[in-house]
Design a protein around this ligand. Structure first.
Ligand code: APR
Length: 278
């Protein structure tokens, strides 16, 4: 080993081994699980990072507690804080990150079984991941309906309400209208339950940018078969990572981590070119 060889750290060794596993064509069904941490470099704050997280910056809404802004019973009595925030969160003005493009690259290589995301920013779709490969476990802004009679509400009208920070009401029963993002106290979409058996059938799991604090999504990585490798690309160790011999913790920034993995797989040029097109 001369002075040019990178330090033989645990991560470089296991990353090399994982890349070899992938290049040898072992995994054919990769399940990806993502959270807000993969969109922070796009300019969207995550929720729980101490200084920059959304929950640390909601003081102006004087909520009883931070998560109340996404709590259905709080919303029913106080919809204003959510509609104040919705304008900042509404998709359309953010570009996918190279991490989103990495998920698209896995799809292009026929390796993506499914991407489970907790994010409501739709950046995986905007990076080109097809809808049938996505499970948006916490919903998205793609639609909206009345929380009382469940009547759908026109897209054009919700855009006006969000732009003007007004609270939209149902045209049929005058109930409150809410985008189809899953609030605390609401059930996850059926799509999540129809697909939650998939992690157990995957031959590689890649978990990125999530604190794994919100159930039932947080339980998905534990449902992977015991013998398969699970790669965590995250600024901190989370969930039950580290309890399995085949876990690969790549602790740090996810854009850096996906570039390192892509390079080890010989895909970096292709990944950068793919991202340049988004
Ligand atoms: N690179 C890697 N990891 C990052 C980065 C980054 N650039 N930025 C943040 N992280 C990590 C944080 O260290 C944290 O572990 O991503 C994780 C983000 O965790 P949360 O802010 O809790 O976001 P998430 O896990 O998606 O939250 C889950 O909580 O509020 C609800 O419904 C909401 O879907 C959300 C759910």
């Amino acid at each position: 080993i001369d002075e040019h060889t990178p330090p033989d750290t645990l991560e470089s060794r296991t990353l090399e081994a994982l890349a070899k596993y992938i290049k040898d064509g072992e995994p054919k069904k990769i399940v990806v699980m993502t959270g807000a941490g993969i969109s922070t470099s796009a300019g969207i704050p995550d929720f729980r990072s101490p200084e920059t997280g959304l929950y640390a910056n909601l003081a102006k809404l004087n909520l009883p507690y931070a998560e109340a802004v996404f709590d259905i019973s709080f919303f029913r009595n106080n919809p204003e804080p959510f509609y104040t925030l919705a304008q900042e969160l509404y998709p359309g003005k953010y570009r996918p990150t190279i991490t989103h493009s990495f998920i698209k690259l896995l799809h292009d290589k026929g390796l993506l079984l499914k991407c489970f995301t907790q994010n409501i920013d739709t950046l995986e779709r905007e990076a080109g991941v097809p809808g049938d490969k996505m499970v948006e476990a916490h919903g998205s802004f793609a639609g909206q309906k009345c929380i009382e009679c469940r009547a759908p509400y026109p897209d054009a009208l919700i855009k006006i309400a969000i732009h003007e920070k007004t609270v939209p009401h149902c045209e049929a029963c005058n109930g409150l209208v809410k985008p189809n993002i899953v609030f605390f106290g609401e059930a996850l979409p059926e799509e999540f339950f129809l697909n939650r058996h998939l992690p157990a059938t995957a031959d590689l799991a890649i978990v990125m940018g999530t604190s794994l604090t919100v159930q039932p999504f947080a339980g998905l990585p534990s449902e992977c078969a015991p013998h398969i490798p699970r790669l965590l690309i995250n600024k901190e160790v989370v969930g039950d990572f580290g309890y399995r011999a085949d876990d690969v913790p790549l602790i740090g920034d996810c854009d850096t981590g996906v570039r390192a993995l892509a390079e080890a797989c010989g895909w970096l040029e292709e990944l950068e070119a793919l991202w340049a097109q988004t």
